[in-house]
Design a binder for this molecule. Structure first.
Ligand code: NOJ
Length: 570
């Protein structure tokens, strides 16, 4: 196979630590629990694990508000437990990357406590403090999570800036001491042997120092409500582009500001001191690839998942735009779901063929060019699970939405709850369903889990039962993941779309020096008769979701509804 880096050949699997496995029976996931399931992950066939934040945190934003960057949250275990997990993963040939939250700390981080203690504290300038204007905040900027981006601190008479929750004050990245402190933390885990980082919220690292007023005409609540109300269907295209334009104006001085690329380049030089590490950016900005080798190794292809229906046209257009925009030599990175988004099973399903569509989603991830990122639980078809009352919400984004919908938009509580569930990420972070047992086998019977367990574990959506059913989604994941490892063209091959007008199916070639594979995904409930004129070539069967002969004539390929077909040209 062409010489590729490990992160180019790997399939990543995101673990949300709080919800993965509860080793000590307190209702919260932890490292002993994760370690106990490393064999499961190895058998599944994933190559690398991304952990959402595992650091001490008051949990205002479910772990993305960190109060110590060089420790393990006590409820997840100790540094030794972490090391055991890391070693265990490495022994099983799986890499581990961590979540690096640079934009903000928790408001309970000692740095911030010092910073807010007085105007002349040496750490005052580690965060962004400004005077108010005319008795109000310094300007009209919003927090991306709702409300003003400024929080008043009565003790020192100034406002601090927070792009996310008020419990997540933004660091001042123009201060060299901040960089130094954070780079020390970056090295702390690299020295321990972690294989890289997924970079949280990098687009918001800098803001306009002139504090210019934003000029949007609609409020964030209005824009959000328009989107959430349409869920799970996407709003009309006109509405989408209007909203997108307004969003851009709303955050025009807070996102992708000068300085961010230089900072990423600096981080890249630190990473480069360590052999073979990777940086993946939580941003769809192609510009984070820099010149191809001086910023991030990858940035997520989020545009692919900005739909509720994956259609052949949607994928073709996305690939055309994305692949042609990447700088030479850079590597794509695809995902369809994570801890911030509705689950794959719920999001792209049509309610009638969800199981088939979940298989197609995986097939797409494993056959498109680029590194795939999967999210824990999708392999058993875990679905979104709405919270029955606002008191059960752990995600403050949902709580904020609920109150804004009632107070600002005048909605009735039931309607506000529905929208809050749509906006909240609790629904896709419920505990992993390991078995058809109390608490889905996540925690012992009688224990109150940190988020409710989706009762559909009793309807076959659990690991233990799916293991023993040959045609289960879990076994399908396992088969496809192992097949991909053995199929060089799917890993390194160039992408070439075929039948570019087809509305029901997606067909493309992946060509590497070793082989050419034809991938055909029938995304419709209708059978298809498809003819390929590939210089009269036959194909050897690599993978099919239906019974197929070992060798096939590609001039008359028959596909069943939702069939997945991969053949090697011969
Ligand atoms: C992106 C993370 O994925 C999300 O979960 C978090 O709330 C924000 N960044 C803030 O850290």
């Amino acid at each position: 196979m062409t010489e590729l880096k490990w992160w180019q050949t790997a399939v990543f699997y995101q673990i949300y630590p709080r919800s993965f496995a509860d080793g000590n029976g307190d209702g919260i996931g932890d490292f002993p629990g994760m370690t106990a399931h490393l064999d499961y992950l190895q058998k599944l066939g994933v190559d690398a694990l991304w952990l959402s934040p595992h650091f001490p945190s008051p949990q205002a934003d479910c772990g993305y508000d960190i109060s110590d960057y060089c420790e393990v949250a006590p409820e997840y275990g100790t540094l030794d437990d972490f090391k055991q997990f890391l070693d265990g993963a490495h022994q099983r040939n799986m890499r581990v990357i961590l979540d690096l939250v640079l934009n903000h700390t928790s408001d309970e981080h000692p740095w911030f406590l010092e910073s807010k203690s007085s105007r002349d504290n040496p750490k005052r300038d580690w965060y962004i403090w400004e005077d108010g204007v005319d008795g109000g905040p310094p300007n009209n900027w919003y927090s991306g999570f709702g409300g003003s981006a400024w929080e008043y601190d009565a003790a020192t008479g100034q406002y601090y800036y927070h792009f996310f929750l008020k419990e997540q004050p933004d660091l001042n990245w123009r201060n060299p001491e901040v960089k130094q402190a954070m780079w020390d933390a970056v090295r702390f885990w690299l020295d321990m042997g972690v294989d890289g980082y997924r970079l949280d919220a990098i687009a918001t690292l800098f803001e306009d120092p002139g504090l210019s007023q934003q000029t949007a005409t609609r409020t964030l609540t209005e824009l959000r409500t328009a989107f959430a109300a349409a869920f799970p269907d996407a709003p009309s295209e006109t509405e989408q582009s209007e909203v997108a334009a307004e969003y851009e104006k709303l955050f025009q001085y807070q996102i992708m500001q000068p300085g961010v690329h230089e900072l990423m380049q600096e981080l890249r030089t630190i990473i480069a001191e360590y052999p073979d590490r990777v940086l993946v950016g939580e941003s769809d900005e192609i510009s984070f690839y820099g010149a191809g080798d001086n910023e991030l190794h990858m940035a997520f292809n989020f545009p692919l998942m900005r739909t509720s229906r994956i259609t052949p046209q949607w994928v073709r257009q996305n690939q055309e735009e994305r692949l042609s925009a990447l700088p030479p030599g850079s590597w794509p990175c695809n995902t369809l779901g994570n801890h911030d988004s509705s689950r794959v099973y719920s999001r792209y399903g049509d309610g009638e063929h969800d199981a088939a569509q979940a298989r197609l989603s995986l097939a797409l991830m494993l056959t498109l060019k680029g590194t795939p990122f999967l999210y824990n639980g999708e392999e058993i078809g875990m679905a979104d699970f709405d919270m029955a009352s606002i008191d059960l919400f752990m995600d403050n984004l949902g709580v904020w939405f609920y109150h804004a919908a009632i107070d600002e938009v005048g909605m009735l509580p039931e309607e506000a709850l529905r929208l809050a569930n749509n906006a909240s990420r609790d629904k896709n972070r419920t505990p992993m369903q390991w078995a058809n047992a109390a608490n889905a086998g996540f925690s012992p019977a009688g224990v109150k889990t940190w988020l409710p367990v989706n009762p559909n574990y009793a309807e076959g959506v659990n690991v233990a039962e799916q293991k023993s059913v040959p045609e289960s989604l879990l076994n399908f994941y396992q088969d496809m993941l192992h097949m991909r490892r053995e199929t060089p063209a799917l890993i390194s091959g160039e992408y070439q779309p075929l039948h570019t007008e087809a509305e029901d199916y997606l067909a493309f070639l992946r060509t590497s020096p070793e082989q050419t594979c034809l991938v055909v995904l029938n995304m419709s409930p209708k059978p298809q008769e498809i003819s390929f004129d590939l210089e009269g070539k036959q194909s050897r069967l690599v993978f099919a979701s239906e019974e197929k002969f070992e060798h096939l004539d590609l001039s008359e390929l028959h596909l069943e509804p939702f069939e997945i077909f991969i053949g090697e040209l011969e």
